[in-house]
Write a protein that binds this ligand. Structure first.
Ligand code: DMJ
Length: 452
């Protein structure tokens, strides 16, 4: 009896509802638009010109002391995609006029690439505004010194003004998650250097893999030595896999296909695990392949999308179902979940408005047309409104059990979380998975670039 109750408690609320509910996609798309506008207007009111909004303190926050216009640049293509045309025009003009990268600050190459360069490239592709492309080129040129390491793998930080390098202790995600953006820049400018440098870093990383093809969590870009032996699909490794697959699909480069094939085979043999609570990818030792933590979390929830994009809808569906169980435990997902005990370790109780679970629902719905994924997305949208909305914008949650609020609206909430919700519900969006590859920050890049 206890066993039956236990199994029933693992069935997500969304799946129980599936048989009876129908989703009014048009109405939901309008609601997402309303919430996007609400979040954006509050950013403008309290944090305009800063990187991100702090809704509880009604102020702005800059990552490096001075602003890089993180939220406007990350959000601009969302304004275009959701149909805020007049606003998008004036924000695009403002970005072109106000943005300068000539700043004496050490920036994280990965973050500024995915949020700023990615945002600029998509907005350029959607508007044809050459000033946005010029900003992307200027930014990329200032980041290029990062690749001047002994191994060719990029340093984590570079000074935008001086090119000074810092922090050689990097990780697969930060090393590889430049390829779509740098590669697209090469396509658009006909300058191969960006593609070559980004690919050279990935190639050097791939060559360092152990015999079982499982990369570790961190690696020194000067020596090529692994500095953390944990292997998993979570933060610090996650988008390495994503970018191998997507770089193959966007650039039709067979080297990336080979690297993806090698790794997905290893992941499915060593990390994939069927338990009483569902199908998961756990954390293993990179050399032995032995499970050392039955942990999964909000960041790992990107993986059903990647599996679906790779054509593995069977594993994608199973993992999606596990992700929804993770969400429904507390009606918000934790950063870390022990999937054997279905308990949240203290260090992983927060929800940072992350998009990955919604991103996966978007891919699953696209590839299967199964309405249950829309129903799940509707429930998640409702939960986010219920627990993360404040009078002055949306905010992160410190603990999904108590629902205690933190004080930050990350730029990816507009760039990804709300954008993926809109794309799920709208059937008139100007971009979609047939013609675009979405970066890890949800900036859609055209499969055939403008200049081709
Ligand atoms: C985003 O900046 C990107 O999706 C990145 O790849 C992972 N983390 C955040 C969202 O959770």
């Amino acid at each position: 009896m206890i066993r039956i109750i236990l199994i029933l408690s693992f069935i997500p609320f969304f799946l129980i509802q599936c048989k009876t509910q129908h989703v009014d996609r048009k109405a939901l798309a309008e609601q997402v638009k309303t919430e996007y506008d609400f979040a954006w207007q509050n950013y403008k009111k309290y944090a305009w010109g800063s990187d991100e909004l702090k809704p509880l303190s009604q102020s702005g926050h800059n990552w490096y002391g001075q602003s890089l216009q993180m939220t406007p640049i990350d959000a601009l293509d969302g304004l275009i995609i959701l149909g805020f045309d007049t606003e998008a025009d004036s924000v695009g003009e403002w970005i072109a006029a106000e943005t300068s990268w000539d700043k004496d600050i050490n920036v994280q190459v990965f973050e500024v690439t995915i949020r700023l360069m990615g945002g600029l490239l998509t907005s350029y592709q959607m508007t044809g505004d050459g000033q946005l492309l010029d900003l992307a080129v200027d930014l990329a040129d200032r980041l290029l010194p990062a690749f001047e390491s002994e191994t060719g793998m990029p340093y984590r930080y570079v000074n935008l003004k001086t090119g000074a390098l810092s922090d050689p202790n990097s990780n697969p995600a930060e090393i590889a998650t430049l390829m779509l953006e740098f590669g697209t820049l090469s396509r658009l400018t006909q300058n191969p250097v960006y593609y070559q440098k980004a690919k050279q870093g990935i190639r050097a990383l791939f060559e360092k893999r152990p015999a079982n093809d499982l990369p570790g969590q961190s690696i020194n870009v000067e020596t090529g030595a692994w500095t953390n032996q944990r292997s998993h699909i979570g933060g610090m490794i996650d988008s390495y896999y994503e970018y191998l697959l997507k770089s193959w699909l966007l650039f039709d480069d067979a080297d990336f296909r080979h690297m993806w094939d090698v790794h997905i085979t290893a992941l499915n043999s060593h990390l994939a695990v069927d338990t009483n609570s569902g199908f998961w990818y756990g954390r293993v030792d990179m050399h032995t392949g032995n499970l050392n933590a039955a942990e999964f979390g909000a960041l790992e929830a990107f993986f059903p999308a990647v599996l679906a994009l790779a054509g593995d809808t069977v594993r994608a569906r199973k993992l999606m179902s596990s992700c929804l169980k993770m969400w429904s435990l507390h009606n918000l997902e934790p950063e870390v979940l022990n999937f054997e005990e279905m308990q949240i370790p203290e260090r992983g109780a927060f929800y940072y408005l992350r998009p990955e679970i919604i991103e996966s629902l978007y891919y699953l719905f696209h590839f299967t047309a199964d309405e249950k994924f829309l129903i799940a997305a509707k429930k998640i949208f409702e939960d986010i409104q219920k627990y993360c909305r404040t009078e002055n914008g949306y905010t992160i949650i410190r603990d999904v059990r108590s629902k205690e609020k933190g004080d930050l609206m990350p730029s990816y909430f507009l760039a990804e979380t709300l954008k993926y919700l809109y794309l799920l519900f709208s059937d008139t969006a100007p971009v979609g998975l047939d013609d675009y590859i979405f970066t890890t920050e949800a900036h859609p890049l055209k499969k055939a670039a403008i200049s081709e």
